[in-house]
Design a protein around this ligand. Sequence first.
Ligand SMILES: Cc1ncc(COP(=O)(O)O)c(C=O)c1O
Length: 408
Amino acid sequence: MAVTFPIFMDAQSTTPADPRVVEAMLPYFTQKYGHPASRNHPFGWEAEAAVDTARSQLAALIGARDPKEIVFTSGGTESINLALKGVAEMYREKGNHIVTTVIEQRAGLDVAKRLERQGSEVTYVPVQPDGLIDVEQIGKAITDKTVLVSVMFANNEIGTIQDIAAIGKLCKAKGILFHTDATQAVGKIPVNVEAMGIDLLSCTAHLMYGPKGIGALYVRRKGPRVRIAPIIDGGGHERGMRSGTLPVPLIVGLGKAAEIAREVMPEESVRLARLRDKLQDAVLSNVDEAFLNGNVERRLPHNLNISFAYVEGESVLMGLNKECALSSGSACTSSTLEPSYVIAALGASAELAHSSIRFSLHRFNTEEEVDWVGRRTIEVIKRLREMSPLYELAKEGVDLKSIQWKAE
Ligand SMILES: Cc1ncc(COP(=O)(O)O)c(C=O)c1O
């Protein structure tokens, strides 16, 4: 099959919507446009029924017992805000301490920072060199003031999948609420809030082939019944937890995306892992001084993150980006030229943190695209290294750390 350019391989920043999702959404713009809270006419009933279906579709995907546990929001960022701020406010009497990790996505970290400014105490648990959290460290961080543990399910840069069930079990044993940012995991790998002891879960549609601008927060209703203070006040929609007219077409899209994901996940994850492994083997066997970031086993099937010593991630992207969309560091931080804080948290040097490239595959990538991206990446890295004096010195056996750079 011929390759069409540009190739999109940045599917952890967003995914293309599945055409079946768009098709399901369309009637809700111009034909079935009722307000789901209009209880007194068929337009409202129809819209409400569509929202209920979507709630059930998402509940089924994440193993929620009751569709009422799904609260629709505008996306992952809002869900994380609602979970952390909502719990901090609601349980203030009980305690003011939150445990989270250093590799959360910006939303999680920035909300934690704001809560600190407002008087909360936050412990940021470090990660091991392979990106995994040591569950014991979470246990040690918990105090009698802890009201919430928040750990991301799978990382957006390195794809590392945490032992969520073990953290859920620990929190349950200590009677502490557990939130997970599962934005990168839902629809890609099995997630089950019951089996994994999750009390609150954030997810978004645009990372699972659904539309942008819609997400959800799962809020457990039983064992324990979780209560959260709203961050948006108004008409009392979503059982008072998130006011605002429900965007029915987007919700229908999220529901359809969840239904498709549930159906195709077993096969799709195997196919994407095979293609990812092929890409990884091609690159690592042709480029020296290239280091895989994150745990090799406990990794999202569509994620590949490699640091290429002696080249800047941004230069690699510039060499590739007319034909192929990849990412260096997280898409959310690539507007700044800070080295990736996730790669740095693994203990990598600033140089290696600056040289990481994330390849993330999606449902519609073909084998030909993967082969093409592999070949082109190898070419670009080799060309950049030919121009790199540091690479040349290293190849000559010079220990770069021993060089005394002359100050101007
Ligand atoms: C791990 C993670 N959490 C949260 C978000 C934010 O989600 P949204 O873009 O729906 O606000 C993202 C977005 O990429 C993410 O990767």
